[in-house]
Design a protein around this ligand. Structure first.
Ligand code: ADP
Ligand code: MG
Ligand code: MG
Length: 251
């Protein structure tokens, strides 16, 4: 599904190398987690995959089902099936949440050569999915994320993901700032989308999210590289011992 090879990235503004040769392959149906100390480049990796400005790719490639993502515009990446739930979801004043979702869904469908969802069908589907995430009707009418609590924003991102049905979902610290109940809702939302045609990359600081969203593979990122890869037990090791042992081992 996603194949990242020797990806090296620096900041455009200053001569600062952030990613130093990331290699990562995620198969369809798999859930991978990335953990790692603050500042190791986890968010940068997700931003670069999404096509955010300000970064220069100096080496490497990232393909989604064989197509080079790094050459696509951000909206082309989304149409190709990439979805990112950010650590800090953006607020869009003046645009109703429902309108935003419907526009995004229909743009996606158009890009895939599918028919638009009718207004009636859209309403039915969005209400059903919102209910599961405990997002009430009022939140669907309000401007996107404006005045939403941290937990509401994260649940809203999962709703966007559920509506768009992407192939490759990347969640960057979707658990940060969530209480236990909200984390459970978000995890249930993600688990409901697990499918053999879809893959997930979950970036998290905490093993507890991985109790709910059980990963097949866990990677540790440090100083712009993936330095260790293992199974779910690796996340438990981090939880108990921190990163020091792992980092000492790979140096
Ligand atoms: P993580 O998500 O693993 O905590 P980040 O990808 O956010 O790490 O950051 C990696 C490194 O790059 C950090 O040292 C951070 O300060 C730096 N960095 C990222 N974006 C910028 C930016 N726009 N300007 C300056 N430094 C940045
Ligand atoms: Mg961070
Ligand atoms: Mg980050």
């Amino acid at each position: 599904m996603l194949r990242i090879k020797n990806l090296a990235v620096k900041l455009e503004e200053e001569d600062k190398q952030i990613l130093r040769g990331v290699d990562l392959t995620i198969g369809a149906g798999e859930v991978h987690a990335i953990m790692g100390p603050n500042g190791s480049g986890k968010s940068t990796l997700s931003y670069v995959l999404a096509g955010r400005e300000g970064y220069e790719v100096t080496e490497g490639s990232a393909t989604l089902e064989g197509e080079e993502l790094l050459e696509m515009e951000p909206e082309e990446r989304a149409a190709a099936g990439l979805f990112l739930a950010f650590q800090y979801p953006v607020e869009i004043p003046g645009v109703g949440n429902m309108t935003f979702l419907r526009t995004a869904v229909n743009a996606q469908r158009k890009a895939r050569g599918e028919e638009e969802m009718s207004a009636g069908e859209f309403l039915k589907v969005v209400r059903e999915k919102a209910k599961k995430l405990k997002i009430d009707a009022d939140m669907l009418k309000r401007p996107v994320n404006v005045g939403f609590s941290g937990g509401e924003k994260k649940r809203n991102e999962i709703l966007q993901m559920a509506m768009l049905e992407p192939k490759m979902c990347i969640l960057d610290e979707t658990d940060s700032g969530l209480d236990v109940d909200a984390m459970k809702l978000v995890s249930d939302g993600v688990n409901a989308l697990r499918d053999e045609g879809r893959a997930f990359l979950v970036i998290t600081h905490y093993q507890r999210l991985l109790d709910h969203i059980k990963p097949d593979v866990v990677h540790i990122m440090a100083a712009g590289r993936i330095v260790k890869t293992g199974g779910p037990e690796l996340a438990l090791e981090v939880e108990h011992n921190g990163y020091a042992d792992i980092l000492a081992e790979v140096q």
